[in-house]
Design a protein around this ligand. Structure first.
Ligand SMILES: Nc1nc2c(ncn2[C@@H]2O[C@H](COP(=O)(O)OP(=O)(O)OP(=O)(O)O)[C@@H](O)[C@H]2O)c(=O)[nH]1
Ligand SMILES: [Mg+2]
Length: 462
């Protein structure tokens, strides 16, 4: 998986802010503004599903930018019984999230804030974590031990594969909002990653921080760990998660951990491509694995980067999705294409509709399907009214041309006078037809084309 920020269509949207630059509050704000500009202008013409996703992303990013940027939300997510709550407790050194043998155990999220709770409270309100499920870590007793995680808001989520549909809904809701995800799996269930293939990839693509923890490694015979870890690494790679670090952990101290893994199994990601979380990638099993996890999280939490990376990646996914709906510049079409079509139609309703459709084909030439359809719809929306409108236009010309019949009669004797009268009538007819073409077809098409061009320009400015 390469980070989405690196792929914001440089050829089409090639712009000032280069993708690999670390996101800043202003660059993220700029993306939100772009997204809003695209939605405001092109919204009425975009497919409803994409529109809803894009609107939600814009709202999410705006809301998150208003909240504390010095806090980083980290969610422990994964299948039931993988050890999320045990890991939460190991991290917090507080047995706050009940660990259970009956599955599923965790029904609602627990949260622990490291350090200052100011700002963290508003964040937890936004996340919808119940006040009685909120805890604080890093007291005077900790000395400097927990300084590296100051600003972290760790969340223990319900199970993603729950038999309780409400759990899944709650997990999905929270995963939309959190900055970093630690996907907790175990030696029995990790092959379910195949099932979650697309799911995990989507999760990882829309944020800068994503880590997989192979938990309960103490349950494996030491000799089996390399094989399991290699197998999981292969599944991750095949699922497009090549940059995602894998850590072997044990969240309980019931069984002593096996010896350290050969480092080669754990991907050493390219820090330039995969962001700070992946900068240290080797895994060490057992309690040391939890330490390893901390080491992966600390730079991101301390550097306050995961929030902006998450928002940036999320917005890039949505913007890229929208970019797919745009192509080259809209063609310029002469209005005479339509007026000529009207003349040739000679009052036939079918042929008038054909003329409007033909105009739409010219106006939408080379544009993506969604715009082709919007332009055709705009061009033909009032097509049924065209015969009557053109009839009225002819009547207006005739009314003006009352004396023309006399001049044409005289024209049989004085040719110059008759020709002039005919030319005058033709000119007026053309002008009246052009007026009908403008208000019934060209103006509605122009509205769509203007929206296309404005939204396209906004995307290109990015
Ligand atoms: N040996 C061993 N047991 C573990 C480990 N992690 C969790 N367990 C045990 O696995 C069981 C499930 O642990 P939980 O922490 O409740 O798992 P969970 O992922 O929070 O489960 P849900 O909330 O139901 O999704 C408990 O009996 C834990 O003691 C581990 O690393 N090693
Ligand atoms: Mg739990």
């Amino acid at each position: 998986m390469s980070r989405k920020t690196a792929r914001l269509t440089p050829d089409r949207a090639g712009g000032a802010q280069r993708a690999d630059a670390a996101p800043t509050p202003s660059s993220v704000h700029a993306k939100v503004d772009t997204l809003r500009a695209v939605l405001d202008t092109a919204g009425p013409y975009l497919p409803a599903d994409r529109l809803a996703i894009a609107r939600a992303a814009a709202a999410r990013a705006s809301a998150r930018l208003e909240l504390s940027l010095s806090h980083t939300t980290v969610a422990l997510a994964g299948t039931t019984g993988s050890g999320k709550s045990s890991m939460f407790n190991a991290f917090t050194s507080l047995d706050r999230s009940p660990v259970g043998v009956l599955r599923p155990t965790t029904a609602e999220a627990y949260a622990c804030v490291w350090g200052d709770r100011d700002g963290g409270e508003a964040l937890l309100d936004w996340l919808g974590v119940q006040p009685r499920r909120r805890f604080t870590r890093e007291s005077a007793l900790d000395g400097d031990d927990e300084v590296g995680l100051r600003g972290m808001v760790l969340l223990d989520l319900p199970d993603v594969d729950s038999i309780q549909p409400a759990h899944r809904a709650e997990v999905d809701r929270l995963l939309e909002l959190v900055d970093v995800v630690v996907w907790v799996t175990d030696p029995q269930k990790y092959s379910d990653l195949v099932v979650h293939d697309g799911y995990l990839r989507r999760l990882a693509t829309s944020r800068g921080g994503f880590i997989v923890a192979l938990n309960q490694t103490d349950r494996l015979l030491p000799a089996n760990l390399p094989q399991v870890a290699t197998d999981l690494r292969r599944l991750l790679d095949e699922g497009g998660l090549t940059d995602v670090p894998l850590v072997a952990t044990s969240a309980t101290d019931e069984v002593p951990g096996p010896p350290a893994r050969p480092r080669s199994t754990f991907r050493k990601p390219d820090p330039a491509r995969s962001g700070p979380l992946a900068a240290t990638g080797a895994g060490i099993p057992g309690f040391a694995g939890i330490r390893q996890l901390r080491e992966l999280l600390e730079p991101s939490v301390a550097g306050r980067r995961a929030v902006l990376e998450r928002l940036d990646a999320d917005l890039v996914v949505v913007l890229e999705d929208l970019v797919e709906l745009f192509g080259g510049p809209a063609p310029v079409v002469s209005p005479s294409v339509l007026a000529d079509g009207f003349h040739r139609a000679n009052g036939s309703k079918e042929r008038l509709i054909e003329a409007a459709e033909q105009y739409a084909q010219h106006a939408a030439y080379g544009l993506p399907k969604v715009w082709f359809e919007a332009i055709t719809e705009a061009a033909t929306l009032r097509a049924a009214e065209l015969p009557a409108a053109l009839e009225r236009a002819s009547e207006r010309v005739n009314a003006f041309d009352k004396g023309g019949g006399w001049r044409r009669a005289v024209g049989a004797v004085v040719p110059g006078l008759g020709r002039k009268a005919q030319e005058e009538k033709d000119r007026r007819t053309k002008a009246e037809y052009a007026r009908v073409a403008e208000s019934y077809v060209i103006a509605p098409v122009r509205d769509v084309v203007t929206a296309y061009s404005a939204a396209r320009a906004a995307l290109m400015d990015l």
